[in-house]
Design a protein. Structure first.
Length: 395
């Protein structure tokens, strides 16, 4: 295995890029049984048996790793405390640590670095884990990520962006710096010395979900658009809203960062009904979701920037590094003082079975990370009769 980190390079030096899922199942299970299932499930997924190397050129690659460092432990900490403790602790990517699992008083908790995969990837790992727990045999699953070569042909950048990116890359060459894991370690220490995040959960039961779906359907909008409209209706300003989007083009169930994203800008119109505002938000979303030029724009753009320039954006954001070119680009791309107002990931109804022999997933909670270009991060997932809307912010 040797796969270049390309469209997902911006995740390498982000100091808050840990995806969390809390799984609540129908019965208590001994720790040693859970640990054995975790170890077996990790062996199934190729990416969890790799590590990351940063070469002298600045390029970074996934490579095979004989001694992965994914772990499973028992803890007295609850979900929020676990997140607070672990987001400060850097994943040892160079040693093959992509995933941490815990048996917590709040249930099973899985924490994954974004280079191990996106939200869907963690769902598919949990499916593998549950199948291993039930004694099923699981076939090997190859690593998949999105590269410039495998993005849709219709997603290519408009011609005028190409010279712009080349210009930024040329400017960067005059002050280029190659960052390694030592710089990553120091950036983590600097940032988390005086930062702390907070997680709040909002649970919707079966009747509430049914009500929301009915209202959204009657208005001709998606549930996501309805929820976004409700979040921004009292803002009083134009809101910059980012939405994480599944970038899979073949519905594969592999682990690997296959996420892309879009953004929409909208100011809630007080003179119009809630439904009319929701339709406007929905229309803006659909325009970009149904056009590959918008849907994959961020991957096309970032994938063509110099690798180390992408690294510098995150290091500028945390105050660890400062360069003339990187500072200007960081501000332009939303890694500076002005970041996105809302960043939302809706995994919708969990795309995995809930029953595995005698075991059944009852509820799931999804907590995305507060990445460098966001400040109010929302994670949404529906499982069984419950939908959780999670807000993750800095205190």
């Amino acid at each position: 295995m040797r796969a270049r980190i390309e469209t997902e390079r911006v995740d390498l030096f982000d100091v808050n890029v840990m995806i969390t899922m809390n799984v609540r199942i129908n019965k208590e299970i001994p720790f040693d049984v859970l640990s054995a299932a975790f170890e077996k499930a990790c062996k199934v997924h190729e990416v969890l048996n790799s590590k990351i190397v940063i070469e002298a050129s600045g390029e970074a690659f996934y490579v095979e790793n004989a001694l992965p460092q994914n772990s499973f432990a028992k803890t007295p900490l609850g979900l929020a405390e676990l997140i607070g403790e672990n987001e400060k602790r850097r994943f040892r990517l160079e040693d093959g640590e992509f995933l941490r699992g815990f048996l917590s008083p709040d249930g099973l908790v899985f924490m994954m670095h974004h280079l191990g995969g996106d939200g869907k990837s963690l769902l598919y790992f949990i499916e593998t884990f549950m199948r291993c727990l039930a004694g099923e045999e699981c076939s090997q699953v190859s690593f998949r990520n999105l590269t410039l070569e495998n993005l849709p042909a219709k997603s290519k950048l408009p011609f005028f962006y190409v010279p712009l990116i080349r210009s930024w890359n040329r400017k960067w060459q005059k002050e280029k710096k190659i960052f390694g894991f030592r710089e990553m370690e120091e950036a983590y220490a600097k940032f988390w010395k005086d930062h702390q995040t907070e997680v709040t959960l909002e649970r919707y039961g079966e009747n509430e979900i049914s009500y929301l779906l009915t209202r959204a359907k009657e208005s001709g909008v998606s549930l996501t658009a309805w929820l976004i409209t409700n979040m921004i209706k009292d803002s009083g300003k134009t809101m910059d809203i980012g939405l994480a989007v599944d970038g899979r083009m073949d519905q594969n169930r592999s682990m690997g960062n296959q996420a892309t994203g879009i953004s929409v800008q909208y100011k809630y119109q007080k003179g119009k009904s809630f439904e009319a505002n929701a339709k406007a938000v929905h229309g803006l979303m659909q325009k970009k979701l149904t056009d590959d030029r918008y849907r994959y724009f961020v991957l096309q753009f970032m994938g063509k920037l110099d690798d180390t320039l992408e690294d510098s954006l995150n290091l500028e954001h945390v105050g660890y590094f400062h360069g003339k070119t990187s500072a200007k680009l960081a501000e332009l791309l939303g890694y500076g003082d002005k970041v996105r107002d809302l960043s939302i990931t809706n995994l919708t109804r969990a795309d995995i079975p809930l029953k595995y022999g005698e075991y059944e997933i009852k509820e799931m909670v999804f907590i995305p990370p507060v990445v460098s270009y966001a400040k109010n991060v929302i994670g949404i997932i529906t499982t069984g009769n419950a939908m959780y809307v999670t807000r993750h912010v800095y205190r």
